[in-house]
Design a protein around this ligand. Structure first.
Ligand SMILES: Cc1cc2nc3c(=O)[nH]c(=O)nc-3n(C[C@H](O)[C@H](O)[C@H](O)COP(=O)(O)OP(=O)(O)OC[C@H]3O[C@@H](n4cnc5c(N)ncnc54)[C@H](O)[C@@H]3O)c2cc1C
Length: 566
Protein backbone atom coordinates (compact mmCIF):
# COMPACT_ATOMS: atom_id res chain seq x y z
CA UNK A 1 0.00 0.00 0.00
CA UNK A 2 2.72 2.42 1.07
CA UNK A 3 4.79 1.26 -1.90
CA UNK A 4 2.06 1.98 -4.44
CA UNK A 5 1.38 5.43 -2.91
CA UNK A 6 5.06 6.20 -3.30
CA UNK A 7 4.86 5.25 -6.95
CA UNK A 8 1.77 7.33 -7.53
CA UNK A 9 3.56 10.36 -6.16
CA UNK A 10 6.37 10.06 -8.69
CA UNK A 11 6.57 12.95 -11.12
CA UNK A 12 5.41 12.40 -14.69
CA UNK A 13 5.99 14.96 -17.39
CA UNK A 14 3.05 16.21 -19.49
CA UNK A 15 3.46 15.62 -23.23
CA UNK A 16 3.68 18.55 -25.65
CA UNK A 17 0.36 19.44 -27.23
CA UNK A 18 -0.62 20.87 -30.56
CA UNK A 19 -3.75 22.88 -31.10
CA UNK A 20 -5.23 24.22 -34.29
CA UNK A 21 -2.14 24.70 -36.44
CA UNK A 22 -3.71 27.47 -38.51
CA UNK A 23 -4.84 29.59 -35.55
CA UNK A 24 -1.52 28.97 -33.86
CA UNK A 25 0.54 30.37 -36.75
CA UNK A 26 0.80 34.17 -36.77
CA UNK A 27 3.07 34.21 -39.81
CA UNK A 28 0.86 32.19 -42.16
CA UNK A 29 -2.25 34.22 -41.37
CA UNK A 30 -0.44 37.58 -41.58
CA UNK A 31 1.29 36.71 -44.84
CA UNK A 32 -1.95 35.54 -46.43
CA UNK A 33 -3.65 38.77 -45.32
CA UNK A 34 -0.80 40.72 -46.87
CA UNK A 35 -0.81 39.09 -50.29
CA UNK A 36 -4.39 37.89 -50.91
CA UNK A 37 -7.38 40.04 -51.85
CA UNK A 38 -9.90 40.20 -48.97
CA UNK A 39 -12.48 38.11 -50.83
CA UNK A 40 -10.00 35.27 -51.51
CA UNK A 41 -8.80 35.35 -47.91
CA UNK A 42 -12.37 35.18 -46.59
CA UNK A 43 -13.16 32.25 -48.88
CA UNK A 44 -10.06 30.30 -47.80
CA UNK A 45 -10.22 30.84 -44.08
CA UNK A 46 -12.83 28.19 -43.10
CA UNK A 47 -10.95 25.40 -44.90
CA UNK A 48 -7.57 26.47 -43.48
CA UNK A 49 -9.13 26.55 -40.04
CA UNK A 50 -10.49 23.02 -40.50
CA UNK A 51 -7.18 21.69 -41.84
CA UNK A 52 -5.34 23.41 -38.99
CA UNK A 53 -7.52 21.53 -36.52
CA UNK A 54 -7.30 18.20 -38.33
CA UNK A 55 -3.50 18.43 -38.65
CA UNK A 56 -2.91 19.59 -35.07
CA UNK A 57 -5.42 17.36 -33.31
CA UNK A 58 -6.99 14.34 -35.09
CA UNK A 59 -4.31 13.42 -37.61
CA UNK A 60 -1.51 14.17 -35.15
CA UNK A 61 -3.11 11.79 -32.61
CA UNK A 62 -3.44 9.09 -35.27
CA UNK A 63 0.17 9.67 -36.30
CA UNK A 64 1.35 8.96 -32.75
CA UNK A 65 -0.68 5.76 -32.45
CA UNK A 66 0.38 4.65 -35.95
CA UNK A 67 4.05 5.24 -35.14
CA UNK A 68 5.28 1.66 -35.39
CA UNK A 69 3.40 0.70 -38.54
CA UNK A 70 5.32 0.54 -41.78
CA UNK A 71 4.28 -0.30 -45.34
CA UNK A 72 4.51 -3.98 -46.18
CA UNK A 73 5.47 -5.52 -49.52
CA UNK A 74 3.77 -8.83 -50.30
CA UNK A 75 5.59 -10.32 -53.28
CA UNK A 76 3.70 -13.64 -53.67
CA UNK A 77 0.16 -14.76 -53.06
CA UNK A 78 -0.67 -18.08 -51.41
CA UNK A 79 -0.69 -19.87 -54.79
CA UNK A 80 2.68 -18.78 -56.02
CA UNK A 81 1.60 -15.85 -58.16
CA UNK A 82 3.83 -12.80 -58.13
CA UNK A 83 1.64 -9.93 -56.87
CA UNK A 84 4.02 -7.29 -55.45
CA UNK A 85 1.26 -5.55 -53.48
CA UNK A 86 2.23 -2.77 -51.09
CA UNK A 87 0.03 -2.37 -48.05
CA UNK A 88 0.26 1.28 -46.87
CA UNK A 89 -0.01 2.27 -43.22
CA UNK A 90 -3.42 3.22 -41.75
CA UNK A 91 -2.29 6.84 -41.49
CA UNK A 92 -1.42 6.92 -45.18
CA UNK A 93 -4.95 5.74 -46.03
CA UNK A 94 -6.42 8.55 -43.96
CA UNK A 95 -3.94 11.05 -45.37
CA UNK A 96 -4.98 10.10 -48.91
CA UNK A 97 -8.64 10.57 -48.07
CA UNK A 98 -7.95 14.00 -46.58
CA UNK A 99 -5.64 15.04 -49.41
CA UNK A 100 -8.26 14.22 -52.03
CA UNK A 101 -11.10 15.84 -50.08
CA UNK A 102 -9.12 19.05 -49.59
CA UNK A 103 -7.86 18.98 -53.17
CA UNK A 104 -4.18 19.18 -52.23
CA UNK A 105 -3.32 18.53 -55.87
CA UNK A 106 -6.62 19.52 -57.51
CA UNK A 107 -6.64 23.09 -56.15
CA UNK A 108 -3.75 24.04 -58.40
CA UNK A 109 -5.57 22.87 -61.53
CA UNK A 110 -9.12 24.04 -60.84
CA UNK A 111 -7.82 27.57 -61.11
CA UNK A 112 -10.77 29.12 -59.33
CA UNK A 113 -8.35 31.49 -57.67
CA UNK A 114 -6.34 32.46 -60.75
CA UNK A 115 -2.80 33.42 -59.82
CA UNK A 116 -3.56 32.72 -56.14
CA UNK A 117 -4.32 29.03 -56.77
CA UNK A 118 -0.82 27.86 -55.79
CA UNK A 119 -0.93 29.98 -52.63
CA UNK A 120 -4.21 28.35 -51.60
CA UNK A 121 -2.86 24.90 -52.39
CA UNK A 122 0.39 25.31 -50.50
CA UNK A 123 -1.17 27.02 -47.47
CA UNK A 124 -3.14 23.77 -47.12
CA UNK A 125 -0.11 21.56 -47.80
CA UNK A 126 1.91 23.50 -45.22
CA UNK A 127 -0.69 22.71 -42.55
CA UNK A 128 -1.20 19.11 -43.63
CA UNK A 129 2.35 17.89 -44.31
CA UNK A 130 3.86 17.39 -40.81
CA UNK A 131 0.97 15.13 -39.74
CA UNK A 132 0.93 13.12 -42.98
CA UNK A 133 3.97 10.84 -42.48
CA UNK A 134 5.27 12.28 -45.77
CA UNK A 135 2.23 11.29 -47.80
CA UNK A 136 3.16 14.60 -49.45
CA UNK A 137 5.83 12.64 -51.37
CA UNK A 138 3.37 10.93 -53.77
CA UNK A 139 1.25 14.09 -53.84
CA UNK A 140 4.24 16.14 -54.99
CA UNK A 141 5.03 13.69 -57.79
CA UNK A 142 1.36 13.56 -58.78
CA UNK A 143 1.26 17.34 -59.06
CA UNK A 144 4.56 17.24 -60.98
CA UNK A 145 3.26 14.60 -63.39
CA UNK A 146 0.09 16.60 -64.08
CA UNK A 147 2.16 19.72 -64.82
CA UNK A 148 4.59 17.76 -67.02
CA UNK A 149 1.83 16.21 -69.12
CA UNK A 150 0.22 19.63 -69.59
CA UNK A 151 3.50 21.24 -70.62
CA UNK A 152 4.30 18.37 -72.99
CA UNK A 153 0.91 18.99 -74.61
CA UNK A 154 0.21 15.29 -75.23
CA UNK A 155 -3.60 15.31 -75.69
CA UNK A 156 -4.10 11.54 -75.27
CA UNK A 157 -2.20 11.38 -71.99
CA UNK A 158 -3.77 14.58 -70.72
CA UNK A 159 -7.22 13.17 -71.38
CA UNK A 160 -6.30 9.78 -69.93
CA UNK A 161 -4.46 10.75 -66.74
CA UNK A 162 -5.21 14.34 -65.76
CA UNK A 163 -8.80 13.75 -64.52
CA UNK A 164 -7.41 11.08 -62.17
CA UNK A 165 -4.37 13.02 -60.96
CA UNK A 166 -6.50 16.04 -60.10
CA UNK A 167 -9.60 14.15 -58.87
CA UNK A 168 -11.53 15.10 -55.74
CA UNK A 169 -13.16 11.67 -55.62
CA UNK A 170 -11.03 9.04 -53.81
CA UNK A 171 -12.40 6.31 -56.12
CA UNK A 172 -10.96 8.11 -59.14
CA UNK A 173 -7.76 9.49 -57.64
CA UNK A 174 -4.40 8.29 -58.97
CA UNK A 175 -0.96 9.17 -57.72
CA UNK A 176 2.16 9.18 -59.88
CA UNK A 177 5.70 8.06 -59.28
CA UNK A 178 8.81 9.59 -60.79
CA UNK A 179 11.29 6.87 -61.71
CA UNK A 180 14.56 8.54 -62.54
CA UNK A 181 17.33 7.38 -60.22
CA UNK A 182 19.23 4.26 -61.25
CA UNK A 183 22.24 2.54 -59.70
CA UNK A 184 24.41 4.66 -62.02
CA UNK A 185 23.23 7.84 -60.30
CA UNK A 186 20.45 10.16 -59.28
CA UNK A 187 22.33 13.40 -59.89
CA UNK A 188 23.78 12.32 -63.23
CA UNK A 189 20.67 10.69 -64.71
CA UNK A 190 22.22 10.97 -68.17
CA UNK A 191 23.99 7.70 -67.31
CA UNK A 192 20.67 5.83 -67.13
CA UNK A 193 20.83 2.29 -68.46
CA UNK A 194 17.12 1.62 -69.00
CA UNK A 195 16.41 0.72 -72.64
CA UNK A 196 13.28 1.54 -74.60
CA UNK A 197 12.37 -0.75 -77.46
CA UNK A 198 9.62 0.07 -79.93
CA UNK A 199 6.90 -2.59 -80.08
CA UNK A 200 4.18 -1.70 -82.58
CA UNK A 201 2.52 1.53 -81.52
CA UNK A 202 4.01 1.55 -78.04
CA UNK A 203 7.32 0.93 -76.27
CA UNK A 204 8.74 -1.65 -73.91
CA UNK A 205 11.18 -0.68 -71.14
CA UNK A 206 14.00 -2.85 -69.79
CA UNK A 207 16.09 -1.78 -66.80
CA UNK A 208 16.32 -1.26 -63.08
CA UNK A 209 15.04 1.79 -61.21
CA UNK A 210 16.87 2.10 -57.92
CA UNK A 211 14.74 4.54 -55.89
CA UNK A 212 11.03 4.63 -56.67
CA UNK A 213 9.08 6.23 -53.87
CA UNK A 214 5.38 5.64 -53.67
CA UNK A 215 5.68 2.41 -55.61
CA UNK A 216 1.99 1.96 -54.82
CA UNK A 217 1.15 4.72 -57.36
CA UNK A 218 -1.03 3.92 -60.36
CA UNK A 219 1.23 5.62 -62.93
CA UNK A 220 4.79 6.85 -63.27
CA UNK A 221 6.84 9.12 -65.49
CA UNK A 222 10.21 7.61 -66.23
CA UNK A 223 13.33 8.01 -68.37
CA UNK A 224 14.67 5.41 -70.79
CA UNK A 225 16.97 5.39 -73.80
CA UNK A 226 15.41 4.42 -77.13
CA UNK A 227 17.60 1.90 -78.91
CA UNK A 228 20.19 3.60 -81.07
CA UNK A 229 20.05 6.92 -79.19
CA UNK A 230 23.34 8.52 -78.08
CA UNK A 231 24.54 8.47 -74.45
CA UNK A 232 23.75 11.34 -72.05
CA UNK A 233 20.56 13.08 -71.01
CA UNK A 234 19.69 14.19 -74.54
CA UNK A 235 19.51 10.56 -75.65
CA UNK A 236 16.82 9.73 -73.10
CA UNK A 237 13.10 9.84 -73.75
CA UNK A 238 10.37 10.58 -71.20
CA UNK A 239 7.82 7.77 -70.87
CA UNK A 240 4.40 7.33 -69.28
CA UNK A 241 3.76 4.01 -67.54
CA UNK A 242 0.60 2.53 -66.02
CA UNK A 243 1.76 0.22 -63.27
CA UNK A 244 -1.08 -2.32 -63.50
CA UNK A 245 -3.65 -3.31 -66.12
CA UNK A 246 -7.41 -3.10 -65.63
CA UNK A 247 -7.36 -6.50 -63.85
CA UNK A 248 -4.70 -5.37 -61.40
CA UNK A 249 -1.88 -7.37 -63.03
CA UNK A 250 1.56 -5.76 -62.96
CA UNK A 251 2.75 -4.25 -66.23
CA UNK A 252 5.75 -6.58 -66.69
CA UNK A 253 7.66 -5.11 -63.75
CA UNK A 254 8.87 -6.54 -60.48
CA UNK A 255 9.17 -4.87 -57.08
CA UNK A 256 12.39 -6.40 -55.77
CA UNK A 257 12.30 -4.92 -52.27
CA UNK A 258 11.44 -1.88 -50.19
CA UNK A 259 14.41 0.17 -49.03
CA UNK A 260 15.38 0.02 -45.36
CA UNK A 261 15.80 3.78 -44.80
CA UNK A 262 17.01 6.21 -42.14
CA UNK A 263 13.69 8.08 -42.34
CA UNK A 264 10.52 8.46 -44.42
CA UNK A 265 9.90 4.89 -43.35
CA UNK A 266 6.17 5.22 -44.05
CA UNK A 267 6.97 5.99 -47.70
CA UNK A 268 7.29 2.73 -49.67
CA UNK A 269 10.47 3.43 -51.61
CA UNK A 270 11.28 0.43 -53.80
CA UNK A 271 13.81 -1.03 -56.15
CA UNK A 272 12.02 -2.18 -59.26
CA UNK A 273 12.93 -4.13 -62.35
CA UNK A 274 11.33 -3.24 -65.67
CA UNK A 275 11.02 -6.41 -67.73
CA UNK A 276 9.39 -5.22 -70.93
CA UNK A 277 7.08 -2.73 -69.21
CA UNK A 278 4.63 -1.27 -71.70
CA UNK A 279 5.10 2.50 -71.95
CA UNK A 280 4.06 5.48 -73.99
CA UNK A 281 6.28 8.36 -75.07
CA UNK A 282 5.23 11.65 -73.50
CA UNK A 283 6.84 13.77 -76.22
CA UNK A 284 9.83 13.27 -78.52
CA UNK A 285 12.08 10.18 -78.15
CA UNK A 286 14.93 12.51 -77.08
CA UNK A 287 15.65 15.24 -74.53
CA UNK A 288 13.85 13.40 -71.73
CA UNK A 289 15.78 15.23 -69.02
CA UNK A 290 14.46 18.50 -70.41
CA UNK A 291 10.92 17.14 -70.76
CA UNK A 292 10.83 16.14 -67.08
CA UNK A 293 11.92 19.59 -65.85
CA UNK A 294 8.33 20.71 -65.04
CA UNK A 295 8.11 17.71 -62.68
CA UNK A 296 11.27 18.84 -60.90
CA UNK A 297 10.16 22.47 -60.67
CA UNK A 298 6.96 21.35 -58.97
CA UNK A 299 8.49 18.74 -56.64
CA UNK A 300 11.19 21.20 -55.57
CA UNK A 301 8.47 23.65 -54.60
CA UNK A 302 6.71 20.92 -52.58
CA UNK A 303 10.05 20.05 -50.97
CA UNK A 304 10.52 23.67 -49.87
CA UNK A 305 7.01 23.90 -48.42
CA UNK A 306 7.49 20.60 -46.58
CA UNK A 307 10.83 21.83 -45.19
CA UNK A 308 9.23 24.95 -43.70
CA UNK A 309 6.29 22.91 -42.45
CA UNK A 310 8.64 20.57 -40.56
CA UNK A 311 10.47 23.57 -39.08
CA UNK A 312 7.18 25.07 -37.98
CA UNK A 313 5.99 21.75 -36.47
CA UNK A 314 9.18 21.19 -34.51
CA UNK A 315 9.00 24.75 -33.21
CA UNK A 316 5.36 24.33 -32.16
CA UNK A 317 6.20 21.14 -30.25
CA UNK A 318 9.31 22.65 -28.65
CA UNK A 319 7.33 25.72 -27.57
CA UNK A 320 4.57 23.65 -26.03
CA UNK A 321 7.14 21.56 -24.19
CA UNK A 322 9.02 24.63 -22.95
CA UNK A 323 5.83 25.90 -21.35
CA UNK A 324 5.15 22.56 -19.62
CA UNK A 325 8.61 21.39 -18.65
CA UNK A 326 10.18 22.88 -15.52
CA UNK A 327 13.88 23.07 -14.67
CA UNK A 328 15.52 24.84 -11.74
CA UNK A 329 12.16 26.04 -10.40
CA UNK A 330 10.44 27.46 -13.46
CA UNK A 331 9.19 26.51 -16.94
CA UNK A 332 11.95 26.27 -19.53
CA UNK A 333 10.40 29.05 -21.54
CA UNK A 334 11.16 31.50 -18.69
CA UNK A 335 14.89 30.82 -18.90
CA UNK A 336 16.42 33.50 -21.13
CA UNK A 337 18.78 31.14 -22.91
CA UNK A 338 16.07 28.59 -23.74
CA UNK A 339 13.80 31.40 -24.98
CA UNK A 340 16.72 32.68 -27.06
CA UNK A 341 17.20 29.22 -28.59
CA UNK A 342 13.53 29.02 -29.57
CA UNK A 343 13.62 32.54 -30.99
CA UNK A 344 16.58 31.61 -33.19
CA UNK A 345 14.62 28.62 -34.53
CA UNK A 346 11.70 30.92 -35.21
CA UNK A 347 13.78 33.46 -37.13
CA UNK A 348 15.13 30.74 -39.45
CA UNK A 349 11.62 29.37 -39.91
CA UNK A 350 10.19 32.77 -40.83
CA UNK A 351 13.01 33.48 -43.30
CA UNK A 352 12.49 30.08 -44.94
CA UNK A 353 8.72 30.59 -45.03
CA UNK A 354 8.90 33.96 -46.77
CA UNK A 355 11.29 32.75 -49.45
CA UNK A 356 9.25 29.58 -50.03
CA UNK A 357 5.98 31.42 -50.39
CA UNK A 358 7.60 33.94 -52.73
CA UNK A 359 8.43 30.93 -54.89
CA UNK A 360 4.85 29.67 -54.59
CA UNK A 361 3.44 33.08 -55.50
CA UNK A 362 5.68 33.33 -58.58
CA UNK A 363 4.77 29.81 -59.69
CA UNK A 364 1.08 30.69 -59.49
CA UNK A 365 1.70 33.81 -61.58
CA UNK A 366 3.55 31.78 -64.19
CA UNK A 367 0.75 29.23 -64.51
CA UNK A 368 -1.94 31.89 -64.80
CA UNK A 369 0.08 33.82 -67.40
CA UNK A 370 0.37 36.89 -65.14
CA UNK A 371 4.13 37.03 -64.91
CA UNK A 372 6.64 39.58 -66.17
CA UNK A 373 9.97 38.59 -67.75
CA UNK A 374 11.76 39.70 -64.60
CA UNK A 375 9.50 37.60 -62.37
CA UNK A 376 10.02 34.60 -64.65
CA UNK A 377 13.80 34.96 -64.37
CA UNK A 378 13.44 35.25 -60.59
CA UNK A 379 11.22 32.14 -60.48
CA UNK A 380 13.80 30.08 -62.37
CA UNK A 381 16.59 31.07 -60.00
CA UNK A 382 14.70 30.85 -56.72
CA UNK A 383 13.39 27.34 -57.49
CA UNK A 384 16.76 25.59 -56.89
CA UNK A 385 17.86 28.20 -54.32
CA UNK A 386 14.77 27.80 -52.16
CA UNK A 387 14.86 24.01 -52.30
CA UNK A 388 18.50 23.83 -51.29
CA UNK A 389 18.52 26.44 -48.52
CA UNK A 390 15.25 25.37 -46.88
CA UNK A 391 16.39 21.73 -46.94
CA UNK A 392 19.46 22.68 -44.93
CA UNK A 393 17.57 25.05 -42.63
CA UNK A 394 15.00 22.40 -41.82
CA UNK A 395 17.60 19.84 -40.77
CA UNK A 396 19.27 22.42 -38.56
CA UNK A 397 16.06 23.70 -36.92
CA UNK A 398 14.55 20.24 -36.39
CA UNK A 399 17.83 19.04 -34.93
CA UNK A 400 17.74 21.96 -32.49
CA UNK A 401 14.19 20.96 -31.57
CA UNK A 402 15.37 17.46 -30.64
CA UNK A 403 17.81 19.00 -28.19
CA UNK A 404 15.15 21.39 -26.84
CA UNK A 405 13.36 18.26 -25.55
CA UNK A 406 16.47 17.00 -23.78
CA UNK A 407 16.49 13.20 -23.51
CA UNK A 408 12.80 12.95 -24.44
CA UNK A 409 13.68 14.23 -27.90
CA UNK A 410 15.85 11.18 -28.41
CA UNK A 411 13.21 8.66 -27.39
CA UNK A 412 11.09 7.10 -30.11
CA UNK A 413 7.67 6.94 -28.50
CA UNK A 414 7.54 10.72 -28.04
CA UNK A 415 7.30 10.84 -31.85
CA UNK A 416 10.03 13.51 -31.93
CA UNK A 417 12.97 11.54 -33.45
CA UNK A 418 10.91 10.67 -36.54
CA UNK A 419 10.70 14.38 -37.32
CA UNK A 420 14.47 14.64 -37.72
CA UNK A 421 14.81 11.42 -39.69
CA UNK A 422 12.06 12.43 -42.09
CA UNK A 423 13.42 15.94 -42.48
CA UNK A 424 16.84 14.61 -43.38
CA UNK A 425 15.65 13.45 -46.78
CA UNK A 426 14.77 16.97 -47.87
CA UNK A 427 18.32 18.04 -48.83
CA UNK A 428 18.86 14.75 -50.71
CA UNK A 429 15.94 13.91 -52.99
CA UNK A 430 14.82 16.21 -55.81
CA UNK A 431 18.44 17.31 -56.20
CA UNK A 432 21.10 17.49 -53.51
CA UNK A 433 22.43 20.78 -52.15
CA UNK A 434 25.56 20.63 -54.30
CA UNK A 435 23.77 19.59 -57.45
CA UNK A 436 21.24 22.42 -57.07
CA UNK A 437 24.00 24.93 -56.26
CA UNK A 438 25.68 23.99 -59.53
CA UNK A 439 22.33 24.09 -61.31
CA UNK A 440 21.92 27.70 -60.14
CA UNK A 441 25.50 28.69 -60.94
CA UNK A 442 25.69 27.14 -64.39
CA UNK A 443 22.29 28.12 -65.75
CA UNK A 444 22.41 30.19 -68.90
CA UNK A 445 20.03 32.81 -67.50
CA UNK A 446 21.81 33.24 -64.16
CA UNK A 447 22.55 36.92 -64.76
CA UNK A 448 18.93 37.73 -65.56
CA UNK A 449 17.90 35.78 -62.45
CA UNK A 450 20.42 37.58 -60.29
CA UNK A 451 19.30 40.99 -61.55
CA UNK A 452 15.69 40.02 -60.79
CA UNK A 453 16.65 38.79 -57.32
CA UNK A 454 18.51 42.03 -56.58
CA UNK A 455 15.49 43.94 -57.90
CA UNK A 456 13.08 42.07 -55.60
CA UNK A 457 15.35 42.54 -52.58
CA UNK A 458 15.71 46.25 -53.36
CA UNK A 459 11.92 46.63 -53.43
CA UNK A 460 11.78 45.04 -49.95
CA UNK A 461 14.44 47.33 -48.57
CA UNK A 462 13.22 50.56 -50.16
CA UNK A 463 9.99 50.37 -48.14
CA UNK A 464 11.72 50.17 -44.75
CA UNK A 465 11.06 53.02 -42.31
CA UNK A 466 12.13 51.51 -39.00
CA UNK A 467 15.85 52.41 -38.68
CA UNK A 468 17.07 49.01 -37.42
CA UNK A 469 15.14 47.21 -40.13
CA UNK A 470 16.63 49.61 -42.68
CA UNK A 471 20.13 48.73 -41.41
CA UNK A 472 19.34 45.00 -41.66
CA UNK A 473 17.99 45.59 -45.16
CA UNK A 474 21.27 47.28 -46.17
CA UNK A 475 23.11 44.24 -44.82
CA UNK A 476 21.00 42.00 -47.08
CA UNK A 477 21.72 44.13 -50.16
CA UNK A 478 25.44 44.20 -49.26
CA UNK A 479 25.56 40.39 -49.17
CA UNK A 480 23.80 40.10 -52.51
CA UNK A 481 26.11 42.68 -54.09
CA UNK A 482 29.14 40.81 -52.85
CA UNK A 483 27.81 37.56 -54.31
CA UNK A 484 27.24 39.28 -57.67
CA UNK A 485 30.75 40.73 -57.56
CA UNK A 486 32.25 37.31 -56.90
CA UNK A 487 30.31 35.92 -59.83
CA UNK A 488 31.66 38.58 -62.14
CA UNK A 489 35.24 38.22 -60.95
CA UNK A 490 35.96 35.70 -63.71
CA UNK A 491 37.58 32.99 -61.59
CA UNK A 492 38.36 29.74 -63.32
CA UNK A 493 35.75 27.02 -63.50
CA UNK A 494 37.08 24.89 -60.59
CA UNK A 495 37.08 27.84 -58.21
CA UNK A 496 33.61 28.88 -59.31
CA UNK A 497 32.26 25.36 -58.81
CA UNK A 498 33.91 25.01 -55.42
CA UNK A 499 32.21 28.26 -54.35
CA UNK A 500 28.78 27.40 -55.82
CA UNK A 501 27.21 26.35 -52.53
CA UNK A 502 28.47 29.47 -50.70
CA UNK A 503 27.14 31.58 -53.54
CA UNK A 504 23.74 29.87 -53.39
CA UNK A 505 23.56 30.18 -49.61
CA UNK A 506 24.55 33.86 -49.72
CA UNK A 507 21.87 34.59 -52.30
CA UNK A 508 19.35 32.63 -50.25
CA UNK A 509 20.20 34.25 -46.93
CA UNK A 510 20.39 37.72 -48.47
CA UNK A 511 16.95 37.32 -50.04
CA UNK A 512 15.45 35.84 -46.89
CA UNK A 513 16.75 38.74 -44.80
CA UNK A 514 15.31 41.30 -47.24
CA UNK A 515 11.95 39.50 -47.23
CA UNK A 516 11.98 39.32 -43.43
CA UNK A 517 12.57 43.06 -43.19
CA UNK A 518 9.79 43.79 -45.67
CA UNK A 519 7.33 41.60 -43.80
CA UNK A 520 8.40 42.99 -40.43
CA UNK A 521 7.76 46.55 -41.61
CA UNK A 522 4.34 45.50 -42.92
CA UNK A 523 3.50 43.92 -39.54
CA UNK A 524 4.56 47.07 -37.72
CA UNK A 525 2.47 49.21 -40.07
CA UNK A 526 -0.57 46.93 -39.81
CA UNK A 527 -1.36 46.52 -36.14
CA UNK A 528 2.08 47.05 -34.63
CA UNK A 529 2.91 43.34 -34.16
CA UNK A 530 6.64 43.23 -33.32
CA UNK A 531 7.22 39.50 -33.87
CA UNK A 532 8.37 40.01 -37.45
CA UNK A 533 10.68 42.79 -36.31
CA UNK A 534 12.25 40.49 -33.70
CA UNK A 535 12.69 37.70 -36.28
CA UNK A 536 14.30 40.01 -38.85
CA UNK A 537 16.76 41.51 -36.36
CA UNK A 538 17.74 38.13 -35.00
CA UNK A 539 18.20 36.72 -38.50
CA UNK A 540 20.40 39.71 -39.37
CA UNK A 541 22.80 38.82 -36.56
CA UNK A 542 23.95 35.75 -38.46
CA UNK A 543 26.06 36.52 -41.52
CA UNK A 544 24.14 36.57 -44.79
CA UNK A 545 27.39 37.04 -46.71
CA UNK A 546 29.16 33.68 -46.78
CA UNK A 547 31.46 34.64 -49.63
CA UNK A 548 34.13 35.93 -47.28
CA UNK A 549 34.99 32.36 -46.38
CA UNK A 550 36.61 32.04 -49.77
CA UNK A 551 40.27 32.78 -49.42
CA UNK A 552 41.65 33.48 -52.90
CA UNK A 553 45.20 32.91 -51.66
CA UNK A 554 44.29 29.49 -50.34
CA UNK A 555 42.45 28.63 -53.54
CA UNK A 556 45.54 29.45 -55.56
CA UNK A 557 47.80 27.42 -53.30
CA UNK A 558 45.56 24.38 -53.50
CA UNK A 559 45.28 24.64 -57.25
CA UNK A 560 49.06 24.93 -57.61
CA UNK A 561 49.48 21.82 -55.43
CA UNK A 562 47.03 19.93 -57.60
CA UNK A 563 48.89 20.91 -60.76
CA UNK A 564 52.17 19.78 -59.22
CA UNK A 565 50.62 16.41 -58.47
CA UNK A 566 49.46 16.27 -62.12
C1 LIG B 1 14.05 8.27 -49.43
C2 LIG B 1 14.41 8.50 -50.83
C3 LIG B 1 13.43 8.41 -51.80
C4 LIG B 1 13.75 8.63 -53.14
N1 LIG B 1 12.76 8.53 -54.07
C5 LIG B 1 13.07 8.68 -55.38
C6 LIG B 1 12.08 8.54 -56.39
O1 LIG B 1 10.91 8.33 -56.11
N2 LIG B 1 12.45 8.66 -57.68
C7 LIG B 1 13.73 8.92 -58.03
O2 LIG B 1 14.00 9.04 -59.22
N3 LIG B 1 14.70 9.07 -57.10
C8 LIG B 1 14.40 8.96 -55.79
N4 LIG B 1 15.37 9.10 -54.83
C9 LIG B 1 16.75 9.26 -55.24
C10 LIG B 1 17.32 10.64 -55.07
O3 LIG B 1 16.72 11.55 -55.94
C11 LIG B 1 18.83 10.52 -55.27
O4 LIG B 1 19.34 9.76 -54.19
C12 LIG B 1 19.53 11.85 -55.34
O5 LIG B 1 19.15 12.53 -56.51
C13 LIG B 1 21.06 11.69 -55.34
O6 LIG B 1 21.47 10.74 -56.27
P1 LIG B 1 22.45 9.55 -55.83
O7 LIG B 1 21.85 8.89 -54.65
O8 LIG B 1 22.73 8.71 -57.00
O9 LIG B 1 23.76 10.28 -55.35
P2 LIG B 1 24.97 10.76 -56.29
O10 LIG B 1 24.39 11.36 -57.53
O11 LIG B 1 25.92 9.64 -56.43
O12 LIG B 1 25.60 11.90 -55.40
C14 LIG B 1 26.44 11.63 -54.27
C15 LIG B 1 26.97 12.94 -53.71
O13 LIG B 1 27.77 13.58 -54.67
C16 LIG B 1 27.38 14.93 -54.83
N5 LIG B 1 27.60 15.31 -56.21
C17 LIG B 1 27.19 14.68 -57.33
N6 LIG B 1 27.62 15.33 -58.42
C18 LIG B 1 28.33 16.40 -58.00
C19 LIG B 1 29.05 17.44 -58.64
N7 LIG B 1 29.12 17.53 -59.97
N8 LIG B 1 29.65 18.37 -57.87
C20 LIG B 1 29.56 18.32 -56.53
N9 LIG B 1 28.93 17.36 -55.86
C21 LIG B 1 28.32 16.40 -56.60
C22 LIG B 1 25.91 14.98 -54.45
O14 LIG B 1 25.56 16.27 -53.99
C23 LIG B 1 25.87 13.93 -53.33
O15 LIG B 1 26.18 14.54 -52.12
C24 LIG B 1 15.07 8.93 -53.50
C25 LIG B 1 16.05 9.03 -52.51
C26 LIG B 1 15.73 8.82 -51.20
C27 LIG B 1 16.80 8.94 -50.15
Amino acid sequence: MIDSQWQQDLFTQGAPELGNQYRDDPLLAAWLHRVLPGSVMAALQPELDELGRVAGVDLYALQLTDRENEPRLQQWDAWGNRVDEVEPTPLWREAERLAVRHGLVATAYERQRGRFARIEQFAKVYLFHPSSDVYTCPLAMTDGAARTLIEAGNPRLIERALPHLTARDPALFWTSGQWMTETTGGSDVGRSETRAVQDGGHWRLYGRKWFTSAVSSQIALTLARPEGNPPGGQGLGLYYVEVRDADGRLNRLRVDRLKDKLGTRKVPTAEIMLEGTRAELVGEPVNGTRAIEPMLAVTRMWNSVCAVAFMRRSLALARSYAARREAFGQPLVNWPLHADTLAAMEAETWGAFLMTFLLVELHGRMESGEISDQQRALLRLVTPLTKLITGKQSVSVVSEAIEAFGGAGYVEDTGIPQLLRDTHVLPIWEGTTNVLSLDALLRADLHAGLAALMGRASVCVRALKEPRLAAAGRQAIGALERAALWLESGKDSDVMQAGARRLAMTLGRGLQLALLCEHAQWMLDNGGDRRGFAAALRYSRLPADLMHEIDPGLDRTLLAQREERG
